[in-house]
Design a binder for this molecule. Structure first.
Ligand code: PHE
Ligand code: ZN
Length: 849
């Protein structure tokens, strides 16, 4: 359907469902091209409804037969669903439909992936399985029978029967259809068990294809840790006899929290030291936790409608971040999250795709699984916690679980428990959910007679469809240092509620140095006129680890902007500060590794755009290269010893400690390789017995313009490991020089082992191209053209992944006339396709504006 023809859905139009579902029985007779789905659904009128009209969503289904209370009926079927005359009171609906899992490349509904049947129903995939009221506020108890010769047959809840060629599952917890799941395949399990704090034994399994069974241990441990953590920190116990995790190769997202049967992209669950990097291990731990935590925040309490998506996602991201901070390093987690927030969410919030944390309209809900809903949604919860305190947060959350268990809720319900538990009025706070755009907080200060005054002013930028915004509540954490570097005012939370407000600190002996927005206490852009001396001072003395890193970051950024835009040589204050920090053995190696990484090309492009200048991607790339070489030269005397001191040898452990050291040594290796001809990296490559060090060495070599031999050896060694081969595809595009990036991606996409229908492989090549800023934006326009060519090929097969990847073009207006014109032409070329998907149509339409 063309974008213009797709209807827009509005939050304001919400009405309760006409019919509720008391129970559902499903029978699946699995066959690749002709699966039969039999449904028996008990409907009852909803007393809260305004009508008894009967409509069931259903797409791409062949209706074989339908009955009401046993009598055959002939419903009126459209491409979106069916209507039918129904009784006044409760009735039994029975239908049989046929579907073709094998033909399903969209990976939504029931599909086949490497011989295994699997489902993906969030958000609106269940309607591709059978006719049903496919909306989250219709919750019901599901019983499922699967008929198939495949050995492993799984669904939600507890297993109630099993025999030759069938299995039956019953889920006692009412749930919306989007949490339904089914898996059937020739799978192996890594088994485990967990005893809940009330003494209930839970059977655990991680199910994988044969050959992957040696890559499940870490996921199993992460699951147990998550189960324990949710009991300890949130008082949440697991509520079924069994919890299954399944790894699937073809999956659009990271993973899915189906009740009792979490389905994962295999990249988010499989790990062994030889095949997965430290970053992969950390991500797996976080995603396992995230999906598990959804059992309470998402499943037991779900969303009334899809506009409330952040109710489950923002909260669950917040919870998984707390978990990671507890398992690993809190400052390192915070810094990584802010990097990601600024990199993805601020960009989204500042461009044509900006939308509120709770959107008010959409055409395709799949397009709203965004950094804004997830990451800004989590930031909003963090602010709420900061404002009401840890105690208030704990009370409110417990009230939420007590009051709303078993319900489909709204943001209003969520905020009300905070108001009731803490007495705080959240009317103004709620604007964080409805006003899009990243607030800019401008800070000025003055000092006289022992009083230091901070003035904060908030500016709320216009975003598509939104102007004249009201001031938001901004929790602004600040600390003050005296000129010797000692902290004279510890972290204090200022609450900015007006457009402009002043706050005084009295009784100071000298003008202090402020450390503003500590811990990144609100997702805002801080505009504070400061200089490199003050930044270097904070880099050396701040007690807040986030702000210490931030000071270094700001130094790097201003040095880079001066180099790129003004031809200056690398800033000495930055290089000195960096040396002090990197060689400071009291600091966590992971933190030092983060300090060594430069602001991204996209970050710098945005910095130019913010300053009203047109970013030049080629100049930005050259500037970062020059800065890296300068760092490598200036630190050359210290690097080899540092590298040797932290190099991890001996048995691999994915724990934060050794992982931090590997992050640091890999960062050092990239610098060393610029001056030693690649000797150290080749040595690390040859000695590596784990993927972190192998890939780190390969990356260092490629970054220094070498490594052709190692690249070939790598492919030879890992030919049969598809997740490792994804890394091989990705690194070549990511590390390609600007003029070679598009050609590299194009050549890789022609290989036999490039599979268009596998989202991981597609993203490995084209996600990497979009990330390689200087390559994607190369003046030839080849990057734009190539990406558009492949998005056009992918759209008929997999609209969801195509639409997500269109966001590579979202910053098009920031560039020069030539690039703008070329990007616009590609977007228009996509938009003009006669059979463009609703997903891609909406995205391209919004990006073009
Ligand atoms: N709900 C999933 C998660 O966060 C994400 C997802 C959305 C997966 C849509 C598949 C499809 O955790
Ligand atoms: Zn989630």
């Amino acid at each position: 359907m063309k974008d213009a023809e797709s209807p827009t859905i509005y939050l304001a139009d919400y009405t309760p469902p006409n019919w509720l579902v008391e129970e559902v029985h499903l029978t699946f007779r699995l066959a690749p091209r002709s699966t039969r789905v039999l449904s028996r659904v008990r409907f009852a009128p909803n007393p809260a409804a305004m009508s008894r009209a009967f409509f069931l969503e259903g797409e791409e289904l062949t209706l074989i037969s339908a009955r009401i209370d046993g009598a055959e009926v002939k419903p009126e079927v459209t491409p979106e669903g069916l209507t039918c005359a129904v009784p006044d009171g409760p009735f039994l609906w029975e239908a049989e439909v046929e579907i073709a899992p094998e033909a399903n490349t969209a990976l939504e509904g029931l599909y086949l992936s490497n011989g295994m049947y699997t489902t993906q129903c969030e958000a609106q995939g269940f309607r591709k399985i059978t006719y049903y009221p496919d909306r989250p506020d219709v919750m019901s108890v599901f019983t499922v029978r699967i008929e198939s010769d495949l050995p492993v047959l799984l669904s939600n809840g507890n297993r109630v029967a099993q025999g030759d060629g069938f299995a039956e599952w019953h889920d006692p917890w009412p749930k919306p259809a989007y949490l339904f799941a089914l898996v059937a395949g020739d799978l192996l399990a890594l088994p485990g068990s967990f005893t809940t704090r009330s003494g209930k034994a839970v059977e655990l399994n991680v199910w994988v294809r044969k050959g992957d069974e040696d890559k499940c241990d870490f996921a199993m441990e992460a699951l147990k840790k998550s189960m324990k953590w949710d009991e300890d920190v949130y008082g949440r116990e697991y509520d079924l006899d069994i919890f299954n995790i399944v790894a699937v190769d073809d999956f659009n997202m990271g993973a899915m929290e189906n009740k009792g049967l979490n389905i994962f992209n295999s990249s988010a669950v499989l790990a062994s030291p030889e095949t997965a990097t430290d970053a992969n291990f950390e991500r797996i731990e976080a995603i396992i936790a995230h999906e598990y935590f959804h059992n309470w925040t998402g499943n037991r309490i779900t969303c009334r409608d899809w506009f409330q998506l952040c109710l489950k996602e923002g909260l669950t991201v917040f919870r998984d971040a707390q978990f990671t901070a507890d398992m690993r390093s809190e400052p390192v987690k915070r810094i990584s999250d802010v990097l990601d927030l600024r990199g993805r969410q601020f960009r989204e919030d500042g461009g044509p795709l900006a939308h509120p944390v709770r959107p008010e309209s959409f055409k395709e809900i799949n397009n709203f699984y965004t950094a804004t809903v997830y990451e800004k949604g989590a930031e909003v919860i963090g602010m709420l916690k900061r404002l009401v305190g840890d105690d208030g947060y704990g009370k409110a959350v417990q009230l939420y679980f007590d009051r709303h268990d078993g319900q489909a809720c709204t943001i209003e319900d969520w905020l009300k428990v905070f108001e009731d538990a803490t007495g705080r009025d959240l009317t103004q706070f709620k604007r964080w959910y409805s006003q899009a755009g990243t607030p800019v907080v401008t800070m000025t200060d003055s000092y006289a007679d022992g009083t230091y005054t901070v003035t904060l002013k908030q500016t709320l930028p216009d975003t598509p469809g939104q102007t004249d915004k009201q001031p938001q509540v901004i929790p602004f954490a600040i600390g003050l240092l005296d000129p010797s570097g000692a902290e004279v005012v510890p972290t204090t939370l200022l609450e900015l509620t007006e457009r402009e407000q002043s706050f005084a600190f009295e009784g100071l002996k000298a003008r202090p140095v402020p450390s503003p927005l500590r811990g990144f206490s609100a997702p805002v852009v801080l505009d504070h006129a400061t200089d490199n001396a003050a930044r270097a001072f904070l880099l050396a003395h701040d007690t807040d680890p986030f702000n210490r890193w931030e000071a270094g970051r700001q130094l790097a950024k201003s040095a880079l902007v001066a180099m790129i835009g003004g031809g200056q040589s690398p800033d000495a204050a930055y290089l000195d500060g960096l040396r002090a920090l990197v060689t400071d053995e009291t600091l966590d190696p992971a933190f030092r590794a983060l300090a060594l990484s430069l602001p991204s090309e996209d970050d710098l492009a945005q910095a130019f755009a913010d300053a009203g200048r047109t970013p030049d991607p080629q100049a930005i790339w050259e500037g970062r290269e020059a800065m890296r070489s300068a760092v490598a030269e200036v630190l050359a005397d210290a690097l080899p010893a540092l590298y040797a001191r932290h190099l991890v040898t001996g048995p691999y452990s994915p724990e934060a400690g050794p992982a931090g050291k590997r992050a640091l040594t890999n960062a050092l290796l990239a610098l060393i390789s610029r001056t030693d001809g690649g000797a150290a990296a080749r040595a690390q490559y040859a000695a590596a017995d784990n993927m972190t060090q192998q890939l780190g060495a390969l990356s260092a070599l490629l970054g220094a313009g070498q490594g052709a031999e190692e690249l070939a050896a790598f492919a030879d060694q890992w030919r049969h490991e598809r997740l490792v081969m994804d890394k091989w595809f990705m690194i070549q595009v990511a590390q390609a020089r600007p003029e070679a990036a598009a050609a590299t991606a194009a050549a890789l996409a022609e290989r036999d082992d490039f599979t268009l229908t596998n989202p991981n492989r597609f993203r490995a090549v084209f996600g990497a191209l979009a990330m390689n800023q200087a390559g994607f934006h190369h003046a030839s326009g080849d990057g734009y053209r190539l990406l558009a060519d492949w998005l056009i090929r992918l759209d008929p097969l997999n609209p969801q992944t195509t639409a997500r990847m269109c966001s590579a073009f979202q910053t098009w207006r920031r560039y020069d006339a030539d690039r703008k014109e070329m990007m616009q032409a590609q977007l228009e070329r996509i938009a003009a396709l006669p059979k463009l998907s609703r997903d891609t149509g909406e995205m391209v339409g919004r990006i073009l504006g």
